[in-house]
Ligand binder design. Structure first.
Ligand SMILES: *[C@@H]1O[C@H](CO)[C@@H](O)[C@H](O)[C@H]1NC(C)=O
Ligand SMILES: *[C@@H]1O[C@H](CO)[C@@H](O)[C@H](O)[C@H]1NC(C)=O
Ligand SMILES: *[C@@H]1O[C@H](CO)[C@@H](O)[C@H](O)[C@H]1NC(C)=O
Ligand SMILES: *[C@@H]1O[C@H](CO)[C@@H](O)[C@H](O)[C@H]1NC(C)=O
Ligand SMILES: *[C@@H]1O[C@H](CO)[C@@H](O)[C@H](O)[C@H]1NC(C)=O
Ligand SMILES: *[C@@H]1O[C@H](CO)[C@@H](O)[C@H](O)[C@H]1NC(C)=O
Ligand SMILES: *[C@@H]1O[C@H](CO)[C@@H](O)[C@H](O)[C@H]1NC(C)=O
Ligand SMILES: *[C@@H]1O[C@H](CO)[C@@H](O)[C@H](O)[C@H]1NC(C)=O
Ligand SMILES: *[C@@H]1O[C@H](CO)[C@@H](O)[C@H](O)[C@H]1NC(C)=O
Length: 351
């Protein structure tokens, strides 16, 4: 929490100087800055003493757009940093509920799609599941009981990776990759140490899927949460749609974004994503960005390679809800445009 306050204050001060400021206002701003400075120092000191290891320099890393928008595939050694393994661990699960028959000798890749709400993971998962050898079982941990404590998490994971978990996405005895979709706020961060240990022990690869434009994500979060109650599509709430008409109906709602908390809200998402990457750095993983996949579907081949799957065309019936310029999707656009003007998040306005 403490580091969070620090960042917010820093940004608000640097980023939003008062526009027309008479002497009096300037004095107040200066005083405020001094008080905040002292506060920041004390918070920082407290942090140093509580062995919090978050490195502030890393916080901005993921959203500064690189020139190279390619997928970063990072393969990290498993055993204590001593053994470099290019080849993922090979698993031959023995399900209790059925026989793998003639495919019993085919290895199965274990994976987890690690993402945040409204980052394209639903779409991505339908793409993966259109592959005849992939079974991705959805957001299993959205059910609280399954993530209540680490033993219920491990039990659930064991069932999934032993192929004993049944959903509409379950395939057959010839599934060559099995996994699930897991949001950061579903126990993943809370029990990260045990989960990383589990991933490395059982050879689970992590597929990180994040969104570069966090302002667009925020619009989607707000619109989706509004629709939970408004149920714009004939009284049914839909998080994903399959037609442009439905997409248009859903995007007709324009959320008002809180410009006061916007920068800290964006920052919080960034910090969380970065923490997750840090926590799971020792697992075999790949980092994907939603925007890159939308722009270039061939990037999906990299994912299939990562999962050691035969190449195949992947399809999804899902249709993007918020298309076109962001200014058409935010009610208080001028305010938001002003708030992010000349900040590190300025590019979110244009993308
Ligand atoms: C790393 O390796 C060292 C020496 O082989 C061992 O003592 C230590 O327990 C290992 N640490 C982990 C986290 O596996
Ligand atoms: C974890 O939750 C399960 C299921 O709710 C419960 O049976 C078990 O006792 C809990 N385990 C621990 C260690 O709290
Ligand atoms: C993929 O599935 C097909 C049909 O179910 C099966 O014949 C094939 O062996 C599977 N491929 C792998 C790599 O398991
Ligand atoms: C909603 O109702 C209209 C008219 O009754 C119909 O044309 C449309 O397909 C329905 N949409 C959905 C999402 O059910
Ligand atoms: C906007 O955010 C600020 C700061 O977090 C908060 O005090 C305020 O209540 C929020 N406004 C609305 C309308 O939610
Ligand atoms: C993960 O580890 C690699 C190599 O050890 C390092 O270069 C990279 O910066 C780390 N990434 C994060 C997000 O900590
Ligand atoms: C699309 O992605 C593939 C695979 O990563 C890459 O080889 C190709 O150059 C990309 N194409 C474009 C137009 O960026
Ligand atoms: C946002 O503000 C900039 C000036 O900073 C202006 O040039 C631009 O037209 C505005 N964008 C929209 C869509 O209003
Ligand atoms: C953005 O900042 C520039 C430079 O201070 C200013 O000229 C412009 O009017 C600002 N745009 C908005 C939309 O506030």
């Amino acid at each position: 929490m403490a580091e969070y306050i620090y960042i917010v204050n820093k940004d608000t001060l640097i980023v939003k100087p008062p526009k027309k400021s008479p002497m009096f206002l300037r004095m107040i701003a200066l005083l405020f800055a001094m008080v905040c400075g002292v506060l920041i120092c004390s918070i920082r000191l407290k942090q140093l003493s509580t062995s919090s290891k978050i490195n502030f320099r890393n916080i901005r890393v993921i959203q500064i757009p690189d020139i190279d928008y390619g997928i970063k595939q990072i393969e990290i050694p498993h055993d204590n940093g001593t053994k470099q393994s290019e080849i993922p661990p090979v698993n031959y699960p023995k399900p209790q509920t059925f026989s793998r028959a003639e495919c019993a000798h085919n290895p199965v890749q274990f994976f987890a799609i690690i993402s945040m709400q409204r980052s394209g993971s639903g779409w991505f998962e339908t793409l993966l599941n259109s592959h005849s050898n992939v079974s991705s079982n959805g957001e299993i941990f959205s059910v609280f009981d399954r993530r209540k404590n680490i033993s219920s998490i491990i039990n659930t994971l064991d069932k999934v990776y032993n192929l004993d978990w049944f959903t509409s996405a379950s395939k057959n005895e010839c599934s060559a990759a099995v996994g699930l979709k897991w949001m950061l706020n579903q126990g993943l961060m809370e029990y990260h140490e045990e989960i990383v240990e589990y991933f490395n022990r059982r050879g689970v690869s992590a597929i990180f899927l994040f969104r570069r434009n966090l302002l667009r994500r925020l619009v989607s979060v707000l619109a989706n949460s509004y629709d939970r109650y408004a149920k714009l599509l004939n009284g049914t709430h839909k998080a994903h749609v399959h037609s442009h008409t439905e997409a248009e109906t859903l995007s007709s709602y324009k959320p008002v974004i809180n410009s006061t908390s916007l920068i800290s809200d964006l920052k919080e998402v960034e910090v969380t994503a970065n923490k997750a990457l840090k926590y799971f750095n020792s697992t075999r993983h790949i980092i994907l960005y939603y925007e890159d996949l939308v722009m270039n579907r061939t990037k999906l081949n990299d994912v299939l390679d990562f999962l050691r799957l035969p190449q195949m065309e992947l399809r999804s019936r899902q249709v993007k809800i918020h298309t076109g310029s962001l200014s058409e999707h935010i009610k208080n656009w001028d305010d938001i445009n002003r708030t992010l003007n000349r900040t590190v998040y300025e590019s979110f306005l244009r993308d």
